[in-house]
Write a protein that binds this ligand. Structure first.
Ligand SMILES: [Zn+2]
Length: 434
């Protein structure tokens, strides 16, 4: 539960947050660790107070980079839960400023203010360790366990033409704009000046896709993005498994490229501006790509620092899968334009920490990743390929997957048959035990 107040004039947000954590492991825990992405750079996140509910003893909280370690006065026994309350302020950075300026999903421009990954979130655990990857400017680094969010945002000094947009169940209450989102990786809001909303139904009317674009964006670009998002949602739900919410928000962003969140994605404004009425465009590709992340990131989580290919290779290859269904004449163009023209090299299963440039990272993880998945599909056949991905999505739904989980979903005889392909594209062709 988060109750937050944003002063729009100051671009400063104050928050009071309750975090309830249950120990589902078999050993007791004497610490709770939270991932605080906004503290990746100085001057943004200011921790004021951490209190453990029902405890009179003082706990020690240490914030180092993106890792907040809270010592528990009494160990948290298996099956028991603890509630922390945190108070903090966030000074929203200007988009484009500072080393993380490209990542404007936590940032503001003259017409948009984005609130993503701005709060402390309980860190994921693997092999008895808390996972808090070091943030860098290449790729994403989060590893977020699924949780239930209840966020209410009040805004002071809000210009009259600004609106607040968020995913899940939305309502206006005395605390402000309230959003509830169950089983999500995070909860993300966006404030925009004169956002133009267009909506269309998907999945037989069970989901409404809402697109928010800026006033100056041509209607034909908005139509193409909305049409693509609806068709992509329909197709991917059919191939990969169900979509869990009754809304999907697509936002034009004032920061580059695009970015995925639970129930809400951004598509870069440059792709709307460069759209010339031809579906063979980045607007189509990036919109389909970000929708695919609702399966490969949101539904099946992964460590985006150590195994970025698990979400990015699958989302990039999903662009091709989308074109095959919606624009079959464009598939050759896609290989040429999106993949082969970059002459991609590098191991698909690289970590984000191995690259100096975003281009080299995309070439290895996204583009070689798409070539890898296509080679696997050609070897095992289309039917087995999508059955495999659907099994993986079902098995790992709401969890954090490692490569071993992807391979465990593949029939053993098909796994053996694809050895050579894995040797070609991966550094580690034999996964660690799941
Ligand atoms: Zn992506």
């Amino acid at each position: 539960m988060i109750r937050a107040e944003l002063d729009y004039a100051l671009k400063r947000l104050g928050a009071h947050q309750h975090v309830t954590f249950r120990n589902t492991e078999e050993t007791s825990l004497d610490q709770l660790v939270l991932y605080v992405l906004p503290n990746r750079e100085p001057g943004v996140f200011h921790l004021e107070d951490v209190v453990i509910a029902e405890e009179t003893g003082t706990s020690e909280a240490i914030l180092e980079g993106a890792r907040l370690t809270v010592s528990l006065p009494t160990p948290l026994q298996p099956g028991c839960q603890v509630t922390l309350s945190l108070d903090y302020t966030v000074d929203i950075p200007r988009m484009g400023a500072g080393p993380f300026g490209r990542q404007g999903y936590l940032g503001y421009s003259d017409r948009q203010l984005n609130l993503a990954l701005w709060f402390p979130a309980v860190a994921a655990r693997a092999e008895g360790q808390w996972i808090t990857p070091v943030p860098i400017t290449v790729g994403e680094q989060t590893v977020l366990p699924a949780a239930d969010f209840d966020l209410c945002l009040a805004v002071e000094n809000l210009p009259p033409a600004m609106t607040v947009v968020g995913p899940g169940t939305a309502s206006r209450e005395s605390c402000g704009w309230r959003y509830q989102l169950a089983n999500a990786r995070e909860i993300t809001l966006s404030l925009g000046d004169n956002y133009r909303q267009t909506v269309a139904p998907a999945l037989d009317g069970t989901v409404m896709v809402e697109l928010y674009t800026f006033e100056s964006t041509p209607a034909e670009a908005a139509e193409q993005a909305l049409h693509t998002a609806v068709a992509a949602l329909n197709l991917f739900a059919d191939l990969y498994g169900s979509y869990p919410y009754d809304r999907l928000i697509i936002l034009e962003s004032d920061f580059p490229d695009g970015m995925e969140f639970s129930g809400l994605v951004y598509v870069g404004g440059e792709w709307f501006r460069s759209y010339r009425g031809d579906p063979a465009s980045y607007l189509t590709l990036i919109t389909a790509h970000e929708v695919a992340h609702q399966w490969w990131y949101h539904r099946v989580g992964n460590d985006q620092s150590r195994h970025p290919w698990l979400d990015e290779a699958l989302s990039t290859y999903s662009e091709y899968v989308f074109l095959q269904e919606s624009y079959p004449p464009l598939v050759d163009w896609w290989w040429d334009f999106r993949v082969n023209s970059f002459h991609p090299t590098g191991f698909v299963d690289s970590t984000v920490y191995e690259f100096n440039t975003v281009r080299d990272y995309i070439n290895a993880v996204y583009l070689r990743g798409a070539q890898f998945l296509h080679a696997l599909r050609q070897e095992i056949g289309t039917e087995a390929f999508f059955a495999w991905l659907q099994t993986y999505a079902t098995n790992m739904s709401g969890q954090i997957a490692a490569p071993a989980d992807l391979w465990a979903a593949l029939e053993p005889k098909l796994f053996d048959r694809t050895e050579e392909i894995r040797q070609t594209f991966l550094r580690q062709a034999q996964p660690d035990a799941p």
